[in-house]
Design a protein around this ligand. Structure first.
Ligand code: PMV
Length: 337
């Protein structure tokens, strides 16, 4: 039996612009999905997921076909969760050359679902790692990240970037530009996340930015300007000592860039009333910077903040359902036992 955890993520900078080849910097956060895998005698897969829905569920099936019994979970939620787990199991079987391997799998997650915090990537990364380990074929991190990307790509019909799976595998801050992914070395960054309880439609939001970019040259310039913010942010991170606490100056400069990045995303039409309200509440509470994270339209904001004020203030902000501190997770995927 092996238990593995992997972190969720926020975008420090660069979502949407990354679709057009600009770099982005996602950062892993200390909110984890944990997967336990145990080898079975038969080729069945039994999945027990306590926190992936309000009710949790237990499902057992043979092979990869749809053998979903009646469970007290909305079918779309169950299908979504099971789709990722099926894909992770398939990747592990393929990697270990064990097409008939069966597993008992338990999933627990601290990452809010569908909120742009990379919950599915964390489950897939931890799932593939746990399953290949119990098969005696642990993967190196690059292969694990690639296989997790393949799993997401398949489940999301080709609508996946490498950002979530690479970041969850490697931990810390990473740079993603197309297929080129590298780990950055950075000091710990103090994040606060605010969640409005909803989620935007990523496909529609990406399409709306594409249309603006195709129609107006200044919208295309806005996308490029986001890329410039990312490059400036990367240089600041590269100059900082990864082994010390971040300086006030670094936090303040990153905060400025985060604020400008939010303004540009807002100009591209992907913010929302609730996201803007949370962003302003965080800034007014003293955060050095705050922006939406992920596709936008609803979901989460991330603020850079060292005080306790921002999280408390977000908690009392109308439209904010949940807020929590989430330090940069310097470790990515890791074995827990
Ligand atoms: O909402 P998330 O965390 O899946 O992020 C979407 C990020 C986009 O740049 C808008 C789309 C993408 O595939 O990179």
């Amino acid at each position: 039996m092996t238990t593995v955890s992997a972190p969720g993520k926020v975008y420090l900078f660069g979502e949407h612009a990354v679709v057009y080849g600009e770099p982005a910097v996602p950062c892993a956060i200390e909110k984890r999905a944990t997967v336990t895998a145990e080898l079975r005698e038969d080729d069945h897969v039994r999945v027990e997921a306590a926190d992936l829905s309000l009710n949790g569920f237990v499902v057992e099936y043979a092979g990869t076909t749809d053998h979903r019994p009646d469970v007290d979970v909305p079918q779309p939620l169950l299908d979504a969760a099971m789709g990722y787990i099926d894909a992770a199991v398939q990747q592990a079987r393929e990697a270990a050359d064990a097409p008939d391997a069966g597993f008992d799998i338990t999933v627990e997650s601290e990452i809010p679902l569908g909120a742009g915090l990379g919950s599915s990537a964390a489950v897939v990364v931890a799932g593939i790692d746990a399953a290949t380990r119990v098969l005696g074929e642990p993967l190196d991190l690059r292969e694990l990240a690639d296989r997790a990307y393949n799993a997401e790509y398949e489940v999301q019909d080709g609508q996946a970037s490498r950002a979530d799976t690479f970041c969850s595998t490697m931990g810390g801050a990473v740079r993603v530009a197309g297929d080129d992914c590298t780990k950055l070395s950075t000091p710990t960054l103090p994040f606060v996340v605010g969640f409005d309880g909803g989620a935007g439609d990523t496909g529609k939001l990406v399409a709306s930015v594409r249309e603006l970019r195709d129609t107006y040259e200044f919208a295309a310039d806005t996308v490029e300007a986001i890329g410039d913010i990312v490059s400036t942010g990367e240089s600041l991170l590269a100059e900082a000592d990864p082994n010390s606490e971040p300086s006030d100056e670094l936090i303040s400069e990153l905060g400025d860039l985060i604020n400008i990045n939010h303004g540009l995303l807002s100009a591209l039409g992907v913010s929302s009333r609730s996201l803007d309200t949370m962003v302003w509440a965080a800034r007014e509470a003293g955060a050095e910077g705050a922006k939406l994270t992920g596709a936008g339209g609803g979901g989460c904001i991330v603020a850079l903040d060292r005080t306790a004020e921002t999280q408390t203030s977000l908690r009392y902000t109308p439209g904010c359902e949940d807020s929590f501190r989430a330090e940069l997770a310097t470790e990515g995927v890791r074995v827990e036992d």
